[in-house]
Write a protein that binds this ligand. Structure first.
Ligand SMILES: *Cc1c(COP(=O)(O)O)cnc(C)c1O
Length: 232
């Protein structure tokens, strides 16, 4: 792990990148949140995030988050951003504060039942494969309507918005295009279902500027905050 002081410097650098991107897009920097992504880093990474004042961290795998949670401050919130298999839905509903990677009716029903059992309302985002990337999970933009309809009929789930992961491409216009499509999909769904869907979770270390320009309200940042992940 990098020392905490380095992490704090990296946080300022990310904030500056967001501020510059907001300035260029004529947006207010306080409209864009940062979710530190602690996957593949030790529990210390989550402790750093909490110490700096972040309310939540993002993890890719259910079990990895469960292992770290007892080692981090209890007030820290945990968001699942990696693909979720429906046989882990129950664990995820019980141990995460929000699941960003919901991409099927089956998963919606499992999470709804698990949230009911846990006596909570679970916040979720619908993952949309806005870049039509065969290597990524998520509903197709055109399939998001049906997914949202199911989600809105799940009494123990609260749909807060949409999430996407842009295709990996040197050409930044590929990511920019995917982010634009996610925002357009959100605008279309919000209008046709008369539901606000305020959260647009999009943008990572290498494409946060494109995401902010397209309307991101939450960038998920790992490498720029914690360094290269061990084993990558
Ligand atoms: C790993 C990961 C991130 C963070 O990526 P970086 O490029 O390290 O910032 C964001 N979102 C998801 C879904 C991820 O899996």
């Amino acid at each position: 792990m990098i020392p905490y002081a380095d992490f704090a410097t990296r946080c300022s650098e990310i904030r500056e990148r967001i501020e510059r991107a907001c300035e260029a897009a004529r947006r207010r920097p306080d409209e864009v949140g940062i979710l530190p992504v602690t996957k593949n880093h030790p529990a210390d990474a989550a402790c750093y995030a909490a110490q700096y004042g972040f309310a939540a961290v993002g993890e890719n795998r259910v079990q990895e988050a469960l292992d770290k949670q007892p080692l981090a401050p209890p007030a820290l919130r945990w968001e699942l951003i990696g693909h979720l298999q429906s046989n882990k839905a129950k664990l995820a509903a019980a141990h995460f504060d929000r699941v960003q990677s919901v991409d099927s009716d089956k998963l919606l029903h499992k999470l709804d039942a698990a949230a009911a059992e846990a006596g909570k309302t679970l916040a979720i985002l619908l993952q949309v494969n806005a870049g039509d990337d065969p290597a990524k999970f998520g509903a197709a933009c055109a399939g998001a309507d049906a997914l949202l309809e199911t989600a809105l009929n799940c009494p123990h789930l609260k749909v807060e918005g949409l999430m996407t992961i842009a295709p990996l491409d040197q050409d930044k216009s590929v990511a920019a295009h995917a982010f634009e499509r996610l925002r357009q999909t959100r605008d279309r769904l919000a209008a046709s279902f008369a539901t606000p869907l305020p959260v647009l979770s999009m943008g990572m270390t290498d494409d946060l500027e494109e995401a902010v320009k397209a309307g991101s309200t939450l960038v998920r940042i790992g490498t720029a905050l914690f360094g290269t992940r061990p084993g990558y």
